[in-house]
Design a protein around this ligand. Structure first.
Ligand SMILES: [Mg+2]
Length: 311
């Protein structure tokens, strides 16, 4: 499979999962089942007063990260250049949040951090948030640094800490970027997870205990485990853990993995988006639910960004 197929699968797959989760982000599982029937939500639906295919802040911010990376690629792909350009694009996204219909339940941490004049760095953090808001926008970094999971991990951490100061949020942003980097190079999921866990352990302490535990589940444990036991996805570690769990549970089926990742009590659009990014990177655009692809808001922009990141 070509690199661009995986990049497209990753960007469009993430947007699809985000869009599936959009109407149910703040609903309990009981309410989701009540509204959508015994299988929960399995097809795109409207949200924020907009029609089915609507994206949330997760995809908006991922696109801002992608724009920043692409500008950095034109000049100099150092961490400093990436951070400077991504910060500028995230600030630009922040400014759009007062435009009618553009605000899609943006995360509090990101909104507050982007109000400030100066970004956070590993040495000087601007808050102590461990929310998942910097992890669900990390996949474009993995695409840009495909087949270089170590660099993706380091730059993923640097980009996370722009807005999120807790060690777990920073590490999870790096971990997600490293995972996508391996998958975009055609590395198998279990091998990519092994590399990711090695990078997490390499920075000292076991910083993502829930994710690391999900990576070590055997086939029986995977088959009988439930999202409820892992978490709700509002925090960085459990959001990454739930996405890895969904990908390991349904490694060959984008639609089943993403539905599994969205139908629970917690942060459905973020776990849906991250799971969609993983499955899309693993299998390319063809694996992403066909009927969703052309309905996604800003599909043309997502295409352009995926191509530019991969080439
Ligand atoms: Mg969202």
């Amino acid at each position: 499979m070509r690199k661009t197929d995986r990049a497209l699968g990753c960007m469009i797959g993430a947007a699809g999962g985000d869009s599936l989760g959009a109407p149910v982000e703040f609903m309990s599982l009981a309410d989701i089942l009540d509204t959508y029937g015994e299988n929960g939500i399995t097809d795109l639906d409207g949200a924020f007063g907009l029609p089915a295919g609507v994206i949330t802040d997760d995809t908006q911010q991922a696109m801002a990260v992608a724009e920043g990376l692409i500008t950095a690629m034109l000049h100099n792909l150092t961490s400093e250049a990436v951070c400077e350009n991504v910060w500028r694009e995230l600030k630009r996204w922040h400014a759009t949040q007062s435009i009618p219909f553009q605000s899609r339940a943006p995360g509090f941490t990101s909104m507050e951090a982007l109000r400030k004049a100066i970004p956070g760095t590993l040495k000087k953090r601007t808050n102590s948030s461990n929310s998942c808001g910097s992890v669900m926008r990390a996949h474009p970094i993995g695409i840009a640094f495909a087949n270089d999971p170590t660099t993706a991990f380091n730059i993923g951490m640097d980009v996370s800490v722009l807005t999120h100061g807790d060690d777990q949020a920073v590490t999870a942003g790096g971990a997600m970027a490293s995972l996508i980097s391996s998958l975009c190079a055609g590395v198998l999921l279990n091998e990519a997870l092994e590399t990711m866990c090695g990078l997490i352990e390499g920075i000292g302490i076991a910083r993502l205990p829930i994710t690391q535990r999900v990576c070590s589940l055997n086939a029986d444990e995977l088959a009988c485990g439930s999202m409820k036991k892992i978490g709700l996805g509002w925090n960085a570690d459990d959001a990454l853990a739930m996405s890895v769990f969904a990908a390991r549970r349904f490694p060959d089926n984008y639609h089943r993995a993403v539905c599994f990742a969205v139908n629970h009590d917690g942060d459905s659009d973020s776990t849906g988006s991250m799971t969609g990014a993983l499955l899309g990177a693993m299998h390319g655009l063809d694996a992403v639910t066909r009927s969703w692809r052309d309905r996604l808001e800003r599909r043309a922009d997502l295409n352009r960004l995926a191509f530019a990141l991969a080439t």
